[in-house]
Design a protein around this ligand. Structure first.
Ligand SMILES: [Zn+2]
Length: 416
């Protein structure tokens, strides 16, 4: 038995056994009970004296605020809790913790682990509460990250604290707020500097593909710190919509995507780094559960079947080895892996993927998971814990619009 994952004992989807009715594939009663249980634990646990306070989206109060905001937009759940009231309370707490910290310019650009993420979530909550002045202030705060992203002294490019994360926040704000607050020019400026930095680093390492990045001295490939989510954010840019991507930019992005697809192993997974990668992790942060978003976006942009085939291989790997022992979260947990099936359901319309997502949700409710899964460092949080599982379950009941937080590959997120 692996120490990384539970053996998947669910039988796979059988089209004869299950009819065409999608809702038959999901146990809605289990979904609602799990969400109520997790929300009660988050509300109680986050007010205990031994609770470790942090401000950010990744494992802090902004992440819990995001979860309540997500619940507020769900027809299935919005009546169960005073969602926006809770969202407002948690984002205020995030801002207070952030304000008390030492000022750090780079945090203005950091999305999942910094102030840009807090400002963005605050803006959408303020929007839904119709607090227009607060929305303007939050957007102004978010825009402060642009200057940091354009500075050569800012060395982070990935999704947790770097330029790709800032872009994911910019795209998300444009997706949620009807007035699309982040201009195409801003997005394209940051994409340009990402291209330049990727080319420079790739050349310095004599690599066979044009764009590569490092994070703290490592050539990471996975979604959290690595190449695949940076390429994903480049593929989301307005360049690909108006077909005015410069030939060189287009071909360098595509060549790097193709290199990435080429290192997918026979099981469907990817190494965690270019060199010295000895782990076979099936997480959103490292491995195929995060890489699948970039491949799906490449399929939608380039319309070549090889990318969809790569996505299908990722999904098979996740079905076999994705019931992770690390807990319920979305970064390196079962909900993050379940999200990959929701992506595949939207991409293909095939019921097998919705069924599999439903089984991953059911596993969260199983005795073996409750007794034997590990408890993450931040058990209530968005990326490691229960708040992420709540988002996954909310999306499971609305699969047509479901998406991993800040990584919706289907929606056009820039000005026309
Ligand atoms: Zn992780």
């Amino acid at each position: 038995m692996s120490d990384r994952f539970f053996v998947n004992r669910f039988e796979d989807y059988n089209s004869i056994k299950y009819g065409p009715e999608l809702l038959d594939l999901i146990h809605k009663d289990v979904a609602i009970r799990l969400v109520k249980d997790y929300v009660a634990k988050i509300l109680a646990g986050s007010k205990k004296s031994n609770y470790k306070l942090r401000d950010d989206l990744y494992v802090g109060e902004a992440g819990i605020a995001f979860m309540f905001w997500k619940l507020s937009r769900s027809d299935d759940f919005k009546g169960l809790f005073p969602c926006l009231e809770h969202a407002s309370w948690y984002i205020k707490r995030a801002k207070e913790i952030s304000a008390a910290k030492r000022k750090d310019d780079e945090s203005r650009a950091a999305f999942l682990c910094g102030n840009a993420g807090i400002s963005a979530v605050s803006a959408v909550i303020s929007h839904d509460l119709d607090k227009r002045n607060s929305v303007s202030q939050d957007i102004m705060d978010f825009r402060k990250g642009h200057v940091v992203c354009m500075s050569n002294s800012y060395t982070d490019d990935e999704v947790l604290v770097g330029r790709a994360g800032y872009l994911s926040g910019a795209y998300w704000l444009n997706q949620i707020l009807p007035f699309k607050p982040i201009s195409n020019n801003t997005i394209e400026d940051i994409c340009e500097i990402l291209m330049k930095r990727g080319r420079t680093y790739s050349r310095s390492r004599n690599l066979s593909f044009p764009l590569m990045y490092e994070y703290h001295g490592s050539d990471y490939l996975g979604a959290a710190h690595g190449l695949c989510s940076i390429l994903h954010m480049l593929l989301e840019s307005p360049w690909f919509a108006v077909n005015d991507t410069k030939e060189q930019d287009y071909s360098d992005i595509k060549a790097s995507v193709d290199y990435f697809l080429g290192i997918q192993d026979e099981n469907g997974n990817f190494p965690t780094r270019l060199l010295n990668s000895n782990k076979n992790l099936i997480h959103w942060c490292h491995g195929c559960s995060g890489a699948i978003y970039m491949l799906a976006k490449a399929y939608l942009v380039f319309k070549e079947e090889k990318y969809l085939a790569g996505c299908r291989k990722c999904a098979e790997s996740i079905w076999r080895e994705g019931l992770l022992r690390k807990g319920p979260g979305i970064c390196h947990g079962i909900s993050g892996n379940g999200y990959a099936f929701l992506l595949m359901f939207r991409l293909t319309g095939e019921n097998v993927y919705l069924y599999r997502a439903g089984k991953f949700m059911e596993f969260l409710d199983s005795d073996i998971f409750v007794k034997a899964a590990r408890t993450p460092d931040r058990p209530l949080s968005l990326y490691e814990g229960m708040a992420g599982a709540v988002c996954f379950i909310v999306d499971l009941l609305s699969p047509a619009t479901s998406h991993f937080p800040f990584m919706d590959v289907f929606y056009r997120k820039y000005c026309e």
